[in-house]
Design a protein around this ligand. Structure first.
Ligand SMILES: *Cc1c(COP(=O)(O)O)cnc(C)c1O
Length: 220
């Protein structure tokens, strides 16, 4: 039960030299381990449950940049709206509408990524390309959200060719919309890659990786 400092320092050096943002995924891990990593200079942390995130946020340093990476229910947005740094898992207009509303109440703008469904598995959340187009056509009225990029998860498989193709597909979608010039939407962040597939994700153009088990060890 300790963080893998060596793996972390190595990752930080490798990613830093390529200007890739490392989000340390701390879900299920205790605040003590988050503090250890924070002491090494890590500021970006990712969580996927609202309640767990809120508890940790209240106990940990206020300059941590919290990323929400799990499926987010509209009725829970208000619990994280005051402090969340980046919501990476926006997958509907309804959710975006609620984030805009709660951001406004908190007198702030909340940065978001749109989650794109690239895996073949049924269980993974996200927008398909048609839904992405529809959403982008309807965000003009939102004054308190900023769409900063896209996020995707590849299939859970050892077949790295398959994983690579899925990441490549997402990069294509990203590139096709990169020139968009809506005030509250500039796609600059491409969040793809986890412990098992981040090297492939980076080769395919990722500039933000979300890494848990490699740093914190396996989850129960
Ligand atoms: C858990 C999780 C990760 C990190 O997974 P690891 O395999 O532990 O690196 C990344 N992204 C999302 C969306 C997750 O839920």
């Amino acid at each position: 039960m300790a963080i893998n400092k060596e793996a972390y320092e190595q990752l930080k050096a490798d990613l830093g030299s390529h200007h890739i943002i490392l989000v340390a995924v701390s879900k299920t891990k205790p605040v003590e381990e988050i503090k250890e990593l924070y002491a090494l200079g890590q500021k970006d942390f990712g969580e996927n449950y609202v309640q767990e995130l809120c508890e940790k946020q209240s106990l940990l340093p206020k300059d941590i940049a919290w990323h929400f990476i799990g499926h987010l229910q509209s009725n829970k947005v208000k619990q994280i709206a005051s402090f969340i740094h980046l919501i990476q898992s926006v997958d509907s207009l309804k959710l975006l509408h609620e984030i805009d509303k709660q951001a406004k109440k908190n007198n702030r703008v909340i940065d978001c990524l749109l989650q794109i469904h690239i895996a073949q598995e049924e269980t993974k959340f996200g927008l398909d390309e048609t839904e992405l187009e529809q959403l982008l056509n309807n965000i003009g009225g939102f004054m308190n959200v900023r769409i900063c990029g896209l996020m995707g998860m590849a299939s859970f498989t050892d077949n790295m060719n398959k994983v690579r193709n899925e990441f490549r597909h997402l990069k294509n979608i990203f590139d096709r919309h990169a020139a968009l010039t809506i005030d509250n939407c500039q796609l600059t962040i491409l969040s793809m890659g986890m412990s098992s597939d981040y090297p492939v994700a980076i080769e395919e153009g990722s500039n933000m990786v979300r890494i848990g088990s490699l740093i914190f060890g396996a989850r129960n």
